[in-house]
Design a protein around this ligand. Structure first.
Ligand SMILES: [Zn+2]
Length: 236
């Protein structure tokens, strides 16, 4: 059995520039290759992810890194413009993301797991879960009209795979090179690989793809869970 993403519109909603690369870029690259429309929404600016040699205007540097990465898979890019570390669920952020979701009109949204390690990831998860639902609620008005139905929602793997029991895997064996090329656009973060408080991101990413691949019988995979609540999952 093999899923085909040809007819889909996939929006990944992540907390920081480089999260999509770590957790779902193989799937996005494969879906793009199969003909899907791809969007990435980055809710935080990445302004506090400083390497030991601080970078001036880090938020702008990271925005440009993200734009370069998104171009590699032809992804539309959206920004939430929140500073790092202050992301939490509120009405304004729900409305902003609801509008982005209506504008892009995804059939499938990829969201952070509610068990991920970083508070911004968990906040992004909560906001995304709410906004995907309200995107189909005509009573919640934004600039764009409500969708006919909420998009299907998949939870992405957690960083380092802890507290995450996959429901299914996407074979990304042919797309690891693209995933790595995208990650390599984030030079400000790759510089932090030698910092005592950080991890070498390429190693982390390749290790995760290999482990999820080994679990599912392919060379490289990305793992997901389906949101299983009423109207949030689909048959395919
Ligand atoms: Zn992150």
């Amino acid at each position: 059995m093999k899923l085909n993403f040809q007819q889909e519109r996939i929006l990944a909603v992540v907390a920081h520039p480089d999260d999509a690369e770590l957790l779902c870029a193989g799937t996005l690259a494969r879906a793009h290759h199969e003909g899907a429309a791809i969007g990435i929404c980055v809710l935080c600016q990445g302004d506090k992810g400083q390497p030991e040699q601080p970078i001036e205007n880090l938020a702008e540097v990271r925005r440009q890194e993200m734009q370069t990465a998104a171009k590699l898979i032809g992804a539309d890019l959206f920004f939430g413009e929140n500073p790092d570390g202050v992301l939490f669920d509120n009405l304004e952020r729900r409305r902003h993301l609801t509008q982005i979701i209506r504008q892009f009109s995804p059939t499938l949204v990829l969201a952070h797991s509610q068990s991920d390690y970083h508070a911004d990831h968990r906040a992004a998860s909560v906001i995304t879960e709410a906004a995907t639902w309200f995107s189909a609620s005509a009573g919640n008005q934004t600039q764009s009209p409500a969708l006919n139905q909420p998009p299907v929602l998949w939870w992405m793997d957690t960083v380092n795979m802890t507290q995450f029991e996959p429901h299914f895997y996407i074979d990304v064996s042919e797309y690891v090179d693209t995933k790595l090329d995208m990650l390599n656009c984030h030079q400000s973060q790759l510089q932090r690989g030698k910092d005592a408080s950080f991890s070498p991101l390429q190693d982390l990413m390749l290790q995760q793809c290999a482990v999820r691949g080994a679990q599912s019988g392919v060379a490289s995979a990305e793992a997901f869970q389906s949101h299983t609540a009423w109207k949030r999952c689909a048959a395919w």
